[in-house]
Design a protein around this ligand. Structure first.
Ligand code: SAM
Length: 384
């Protein structure tokens, strides 16, 4: 057993030769402190990774490194979010199992990893776009929740509901629901610079910090629906080149009590304490699609804060999940956790695992385009 704990070195160019990784690669020698120019956003969000915005995802190439190093037959991500681990595993022909408490996150993971007949997909997408060109009736206020009435113009809601009513009869309607949700996110009455955490609806022109000019609140959703229909098709076609037939299983549930099948390895990035509300970030999707919420089972939600009580509850909940992982991972199997553990809650002894290695990397830029001076740790543990 050896433990490496080091501060990132900024000497030399960060490592990007991902396909060269194999079981002989020394992880501790890799410079993983990518800057924007080393691993640009378009590469981090290649093909299906950008089917829908999601705050808090990890970098696909980081997952790829561990999958190539350990070459498992099966991988489990108990906090699969929008499916980064599952997509990367599938590309490498590795069977994957993902679990998430949020049904919408499971839906994103599923549509990313599903197999599509591209000619059916193309004709359905063209038909959906075509239908948007025709006149359709206004919806009544009673069709909309208070949240929707607050955050959208009447025209945007008419566009979104018309699309929603149309897609039901189509083959790949889950994929179109994700397009609908992506358009709904863009059509909210918010400023261009505040799409991640909008505070209040904006119904009048405003000075836009992002574009340095006066911008106008969004009036309609159809332009986003058309844009994302085309973009989604392009991304699915791109991924089809890499997609394998390796199984992908997605479970919507609480990872502390789901009975997982046996796997070789776990790769995951758990929610942090008090940072993000994972249901709430997609509130528009829950309201538009009438999805059931499981937010009270969300671990570490921002609503519960990051005080001592929240930390204690978080640790208890995490230990329960990791207890469950002990039975899922084969003996001596590897558990990789990517986390910003600023409260030192992840102690391998207390969690009942053996520490193999601990790496630290500087997160120069995250997928949500937020600049921050932020470090994350990569905890590599072995099951007893
Ligand atoms: C940091 S995110 C994971 C992001 C993921 N690595 C990706 O790239 O998309 C943590 C995820 O844990 C989920 N989660 C929170 N509590 C959970 C629980 N009790 N069981 C399963 N998933 C949970 C959240 O819904 C969220 O999607």
């Amino acid at each position: 057993m050896y433990i490496v704990s080091y501060n990132p070195t900024y000497v030399g160019i960060p490592f990007t030769e991902f396909s060269t990784i194999d079981e002989n690669t020394d992880l501790e020698n890799l410079n993983l402190n990518w800057r924007e120019q080393d691993l640009p956003e378009r590469v981090r969000t290649k093909h299906v990774h950008r089917l829908h915005p999601y705050l808090g995802k990890f970098i696909p190439q980081l997952v790829e490194i561990f999958l190539r190093k350990y070459r498992p037959n099966s991988v489990l991500d108990p906090f699969c979010g929008c499916g980064t681990t599952l997509v990367q595993a599938n590309e490498l022909g590795i069977k994957s199992i993902g679990c998430d408490i949020s049904i919408f996150n499971c839906m994103i993971s599923k549509v990313k990893t599903d197999k599509y007949d591209l000619s059916i997909l193309q004709s359905e997408i063209l038909e959906l776009i075509n239908k948007l060109k025709f006149e359709y009736p206004y919806h009544s206020e009673n069709d909309f929740s208070d949240y929707l009435k607050t955050w959208y113009s009447q025209k945007s809601l008419d566009d979104l509901f018309h699309f929603k009513e149309t897609l039901e009869s189509f083959t790949y309607n889950n994929l179109y629901k994700v397009i609908l949700s992506r358009a709904a996110r863009s059509a909210r009455l918010t400023t261009h610079y505040d799409l991640d955490f909008p505070k209040k609806p904006i119904r009048v022109p405003y000075y836009c910090r992002k574009h340095s000019r006066i911008c106008y609140p969004v009036k309609e959703a159809n332009k986003f629906l058309i844009r994302y229909c085309n973009n989604t098709f392009k991304r699915i076609v791109e991924f089809a080149e890499y997609r394998t037939d390796a199984d992908v299983v997605i479970i919507n549930g609480d990872s502390s009590n789901v009975v997982f099948p046996k796997v070789d390895i776990v790769i995951t990035s758990p929610p942090y304490v008090g940072l993000i509300d994972y249901h709430e970030q997609h509130r528009y999707a829950y309201d538009l699609l009438n999805l059931p919420s499981n937010d009270h089972h969300e671990i570490g939600s921002a609503t519960n804060g990051s005080g001592q009580k929240a930390q204690k509850e978080y640790k208890k909940a995490m230990m329960k999940v990791y207890d469950n992982l002990k039975t899922a991972v084969k003996r001596s199997g590897i558990i990789i956790t990517i986390i910003n553990d600023k409260y030192n809650l992840f102690n391998p002894d207390k969690f009942g695992f053996v520490e193999e290695m601990r790496l630290k990397r500087h997160v120069n830029r995250r997928t949500g385009m937020r600049k921050s001076n932020f470090f994350e740790e990569i905890l590599i543990w072995r099951n007893k």
